[in-house]
Ligand binder design. Sequence first.
Ligand SMILES: C[S@@+](CC[C@H](N)C(=O)[O-])C[C@H]1O[C@@H](n2cnc3c(N)ncnc32)[C@H](O)[C@@H]1O
Length: 292
Amino acid sequence: MSGRVLSPRSDTVHPERVTTRAPFGSRKARLLPHRSDTRDAVAATLRAAGCVFAEDEADMILAAADGDPDAVDHMVTRRAAGLPLELVVGWAEFGGRRIHVEPGVFVPRRRTEFLVEEALALAPDASVVVDLCCGSGAVGAALAAALGAVDLHAADIDPAAVRCARRNVASLGGRVHQGDLFDALPARLRGRVDLLAANVPYVPSDEIALLPAEARDHEPRAALDGGVDGLDILRRVAAEAPEWLAPGGHVLTETSPHQARAALSAFTEAGLDAHLAVCQERPARVVIGTRR
Ligand SMILES: C[S@@+](CC[C@H](N)C(=O)[O-])C[C@H]1O[C@@H](n2cnc3c(N)ncnc32)[C@H](O)[C@@H]1O
């Protein structure tokens, strides 16, 4: 996707960012009487369905269909019905890589690249890397691609995410485990992890309903719902992280502006040195804990 913002949904998980336009997919697409196999026709159909970046998305759909008009029709119909573009074409751009994504799996957000950049700046020589709550494995894949020969372990509770992550990290030598947080990891990693990336679900339960339809209707609730204040899983990660980190190792987790203070407290209460990194452009916030 060559650095352009092609999708209107790059920040959909932030509850405080509520879209003001009609939710994508809320209007009925005017399906074309003929095959939607030209750029203008595809773009017109997408625009009529409420898609903001209709021309760019038309290009991506046509490229993904690879000349198959039935595939174009199928993809346009699914996109017009509100399925996230990334799930329609089967990939998302993350960290300069094409990450395979499929229905039922969280679509990696571009703002999470900030977490990857912070991790790489903190531990450019990391050799044991864990991507906990890995979803598609985008974070682990980006870290392993940048770090070179690392022992990469990714883990998720959801079998669909585990399958998807395997496709994305296998070529990088990564292993993907299924299970509840740290229970999924091989015991031999205890006390040896240099970088622990954990982009956990952090939307407060009551705010799931406020998310744009693309996230609310097409991503698994378990990938979004962080409990009453959104910090249930983050607290569990913070509490167990010191046991798994190597001395001087780091744990990084994304958070939102109104959760940052409580997230920092969770890390310090677990005995970690903690600080907050903020990126204004994307925007993104990452809580970083370091084992003394
Ligand atoms: C916000 S998504 C992030 C996915 C990925 N790290 C990314 O940034 O694209 C959170 C992920 O956490 C997983 N998850 C939720 N609860 C979990 C648990 N108790 N143990 C492991 N994974 C969990 C979900 O299945 C989902 O894939």
